[in-house]
Write a protein that binds this ligand. Structure first.
Ligand SMILES: NC(=O)c1ccc[n+]([C@@H]2O[C@H](COP(=O)([O-])OP(=O)(O)OC[C@H]3O[C@@H](n4cnc5c(N)ncnc54)[C@H](OP(=O)(O)O)[C@@H]3O)[C@@H](O)[C@H]2O)c1
Length: 246
């Protein structure tokens, strides 16, 4: 698989040349106030359930060379966040141990050496190694993308991790073509529901598997042409039947 920086670059060039998005409220504070060294973040000290989460104060990150400081407006929930909260998926060494693998917000400060395309106040989304559940997050610029104009900042927060994973699988790895039928396992998952919708946009036919009736319905509600319960159906046979043996 492409590394994360290459992936965002490839996807970014496919998303087109998006004009800079400036925050509608340019008067709002762009970066941490002078002398403000702490920020609010969702913290978890002991592994466990959602009751372990609390709003705490932590050091505000400073953008290192090549990094962009983002004032976070929205973030998203991924399976990995749940695993990390339970103590089963520690942050990579040297990275923030705050939860949150994707976020959208506005450019708040630029680290030394960041390229000239970034402007304070631009609306951006970013793939993170962690740290999205906080007021600010600092990210290498190659993991930052402009938000396409047709997305809200909240919608954009769900794009960099789950949706780009689905995009990578469908377009960069499988190179799915219109008219093809694609089987999406765990079709009701975050990545699965994104994949089904992207396949429809590609004029391919998504077929899904899932483990419960509710999840089967979910896959159909987002575009699956057929969905099979792998717990109690022979999905391989049923997919062959659906595709007339192809
Ligand atoms: N989210 C991301 O951004 C991301 C990025 C890179 C890779 N991935 C990978 O993509 C896959 C889906 O991730 P997701 O975040 O979309 O997951 P998710 O929303 O949490 O859904 C995971 C689904 O997997 C199925 N499943 C099968 N066996 C399971 C088990 N032992 N434990 C938990 N779930 C199980 C379940 O559906 P059924 O009941 O229908 O089986 C479940 O709904 C994972 O393998 C993940 O590592 C995700």
């Amino acid at each position: 698989m492409a590394d994360k920086g290459t992936l965002t670059k490839q996807v970014f060039t496919k998303i087109q040349d998006v004009p800079p998005q400036l925050s509608p409220k340019m008067s709002e504070q762009l970066g941490p106030a002078v002398g403000e060294t702490t920020m609010l973040a969702v913290c978890v000290d002991d592994p466990g359930g959602p009751e372990k989460l609390y709003l705490g104060r932590v050091s505000t990150p400073q953008p290192k060379a090549g990094e962009i400081l983002i004032k976070v407006h929205a973030t998203a929930l991924n399976r990995a966040d749940l695993l990390q909260r339970k103590g089963l998926y520690p942050a990579p060494p040297g990275e923030s141990d705050i939860l949150g693998l994707e976020a959208a917000g506005t450019v708040a400060a630029l680290g030394v050496g960041v390229s000239g395309q970034w402007v304070l106040g631009q609306q951006v989304m970013a793939l993170l190694s962690g740290g999205g559940y906080a007021e600010f997050v600092s990210v290498p610029e190659e993991l930052v993308m402009l938000i396409p104009p047709h997305l809200t900042i909240t919608q954009a927060a769900a794009i960099p991790e789950a949706w780009l994973t689905a995009f990578q699988l469908i377009h960069l790895i499988a190179k799915v073509q219109p008219g093809e039928t694609v089987l999406v396992h765990a079709g009701a998952s975050g990545v699965g529901t994104a994949a089904i919708q992207l396949l429809r946009l590609t004029q391919a036919t998504p077929v899904a598997t899932a483990g419960t009736t509710e999840k089967l319905q979910m896959t159909k509600s987002v575009g699956a042409a057929a969905a099979f319960n792998y717990e109690n159906e022979d999905f391989a046979e049923m997919v062959l039947e659906f595709t007339n043996g192809n």
